[in-house]
Every structure is written in structure tokens, then in C-alpha cells.
Design a protein around this ligand. Structure first.
Ligand code: PBG
Length: 327
């Protein structure tokens, strides 16, 4: 048979050739590490469904961030586990709340070397486990929740956040938070908006990590998006940009690569994607059994998320894979 003129394999022959023609390069600076800090712990506690991840004490959080910075990962998002929960999640906005204490500590230890983007939500702080406050019928009250988000945003900004990251999927949350930050003199503090967040089974291990369960067997389907919908995500992302989002995020990542791609071509702000707890846990579980090569699959998955259009990725793999990436 006549050999074809075009032979794509020519460019795959050596590692140097492959590097030269790579269309996507995952870098250390693309990674954002999610971390958990507990008010009650004095030493770190393993999270069994997230092997290699911990609920941190304040001191072990500082050590973990120091280690991340040493490895070239300079951005983190932070979740707080309070000692006390109540109906309004009062610890989320308390100046002495664990998240605020941790932010102040990290800012004083590391200055501006680290980018701090605390999660802004109520579920870790409410006794009912929902991302908002409830009305008389037990439904999440959108506009009453916005008032709480405004208070939390200001508290996090005061404690040193570079960007706040609202993840509760309330309508109007970005605009409300922008107003509150500007009104309190924090026009320089940005918003990383969880613009597109699906009602996903992949958040399972996270719930163990933050000790959250929703009372009465409820779920988040009245505020998180239906996985069946694609166009709706454009609407969510564009609304958030209109309201002042500095970065928009899609979450989870791998089951929504089409959505990441859509959003990346529709907006003119940076796009983040969250490779969530269940995505991490699946890789870890299969790798533990020797069924897949965990490092290879992690790199493949995160490269795919970037290829789809994400400029940055929140991932529990950040520390583990940093050494395999260029800066
Ligand atoms: C809400 C929040 C959740 C996650 C991040 N922020 C849980 C939820 O919406 O149920 C999930 C992250 C993950 O699964 O890794 N505060």
C-alpha cells in the first residue's frame, strides 16, 4: 500500500517533539489547593474518604500552606469547621469564627505570597446543613440568605481574603456581595463565583470532610443545577459576570467539560473549575486497588479540564502533582 503523505506520528516520535507540539500545558500556577481547618482540633485528622487530605488544626494548616508554597502552589481555598453550629450559621461571619481566625493567621505568616480565597457559604456553619437560612416552611430563603452572605463577605475581607468564593447558588449572590464589599471599603477584594454548580453526587466525600449532613434527609436540588441542563449554565455564568464576578467557576469538572468549554468561550473573565472530592476519591480508590495508575490518571484528568477551557483548577491533587509540573 502507498504510504500516506500525512503521518501524524512524526510529531509523536520523541518526548522533545511531543513537548514542542503540546496544545495544553498544566502548570503549578494553575492549581488551587482546597484545605479544611477545624476549630476543635489540636492536631490534624485524616479524612478517610479523601486519602492524603486532613482536617487541620490552625498550626497544621500553617504547616500545610508552607509546604504548598515550597512546592510552588500559591493559591488556596479554605473551608471552616466550627465548634458550634446554629440556624443562622453565626460563626461564618463572627470575627472570632474559625475561618476568620485562620485567614488572619495565614495572612500574618505568609503576607501576600499566598492567594487566599475562602469558601463563602453557610452549610458548614448551620445546624440544619443547608447553604442558606430557612423560612417558616423549612425552605431556603434566598433573600434572607443574601443578607448573611453580605456579612460573611465583609468578615472574610476584614480577615484578609484576596477573593471570596460564594458557593451557595443563591440568586443574586454575586451582586449582593459586591455591594457589601464596596460599601465596607473592600472594593479591592474580588469574587471567585461558583457560577455553575450542579447538584452532584460527587460532593459525597466533602460532606465527611466538613461534617455536614442535611437534616431530615433533604438535599440541595432547589438551589444547585440539574445535571441535565447545559444552556442554563451560560445564563448562570453571564449573570455572575454582569453582577461583578472577577472569576467564574464550574463545578464539578469532568462530568461538565462541555459546560467548561461553553463558559470559557462566552465570558471574558478567567474561568476556574473544581475537580471535586468525589472525582479525587474515585481516582484514589481505584489506584489503591492497583486498577489504575493514580498519578497518570490525575494528570490526564486535570489536563482535560484545562484543555476544555479552565484557566485554573481547584484540586485535592495540587500538592501531590505539583512536583510533576512546570511552574
Ligand atoms: C458548599 C460547598 C460544597 C463543596 C464546596 N463548597 C458542598 C456542597 O455544595 O454540597 C464541595 C466540594 C467538593 O466536593 O470537593 N459549601
Amino acid at each position: 500500500m502507498e504510504s500516506p503523505l500525512i503521518r501524524p506520528r512524526r510529531l509523536r516520535r520523541t518526548p522533545a517533539l511531543r513537548r514542542l507540539v503540546a496544545e495544553t500545558t498544566l502548570l503549578r500556577r494553575d492549581l488551587i489547593a482546597p484545605l479544611f481547618v477545624s476549630e476543635t482540633l489540636t492536631s490534624p485528622a485524616k479524612i478517610s474518604s479523601l486519602p492524603g487530605q486532613f482536617q487541620h488544626s490552625l498550626d497544621s494548616l500553617v504547616a500545610a500552606v508552607d509546604d504548598l508554597l515550597g512546592a510552588g502552589v500559591t493559591a488556596i481555598t479554605l473551608f471552616g469547621l466550627p465548634a458550634m453550629k446554629d440556624a443562622h450559621g453565626s460563626q461564618a461571619s463572627d470575627e472570632q469564627g474559625i475561618l476568620q481566625v485562620a485567614l488572619r493567621r495565614l495572612r500574618s505568616e505568609f503576607g501576600d505570597e499566598v492567594v487566599l480565597m475562602p469558601d463563602l457559604c453557610l452549610d458548614e456553619f448551620t445546624d440544619h446543613g443547608h447553604c442558606g437560612v430557612l423560612d417558616g416552611r423549612g425552605d431556603v430563603d434566598n433573600d434572607a440568605t443574601l443578607l448573611r452572605y453580605q456579612e460573611i463577605a465583609v468578615a472574610q475581607a476584614q480577615a484578609g481574603a484576596d477573593l471570596v468564593a460564594p458557593s451557595g447558588m443563591m440568586d443574586g449572590q454575586v451582586g449582593a456581595i459586591r455591594d457589601a464589599l464596596d460599601g465596607a471599603g473592600f472594593s479591592h477584594v474580588g469574587i471567585l463565583a461558583y457560577a455553575v454548580k450542579y447538584h452532584s453526587g460527587l460532593f459525597g466525600p466533602f460532606r465527611e470532610a466538613v461534617d455536614v449532613s442535611i437534616v431530615g434527609g433533604g438535599n440541595r436540588s432547589t438551589y444547585q443545577q440539574d445535571p441535565a441542563n447545559r444552556r442554563e449554565s451560560l445564563r448562570e455564568a453571564l449573570l455572575d459576570v454582569e453582577q461583578g464576578a472577577d472569576i467564574v467557576m464550574v463545578k464539578p469538572a469532568l462530568t461538565y467539560l462541555d459546560v467548561i468549554s461553553d463558559v470559557a468561550s462566552a465570558v471574558d473573565v478567567p474561568v476556574a473549575a473544581y475537580h471535586v472530592s468525589g472525582e479525587y476519591a474515585m481516582v484514589k480508590a481505584a489506584a489503591e486497588r492497583g486498577w489504575i495508575d493514580g498519578d497518570a490518571v490525575a494528570l490526564e484528568q486535570l489536563t482535560a479540564v484545562k484543555r476544555a477551557g479552565a484557566d485554573m483548577i481547584l484540586t485535592y491533587f495540587a500538592r501531590e502533582i505539583a512536583g510533576k509540573l512546570d511552574g
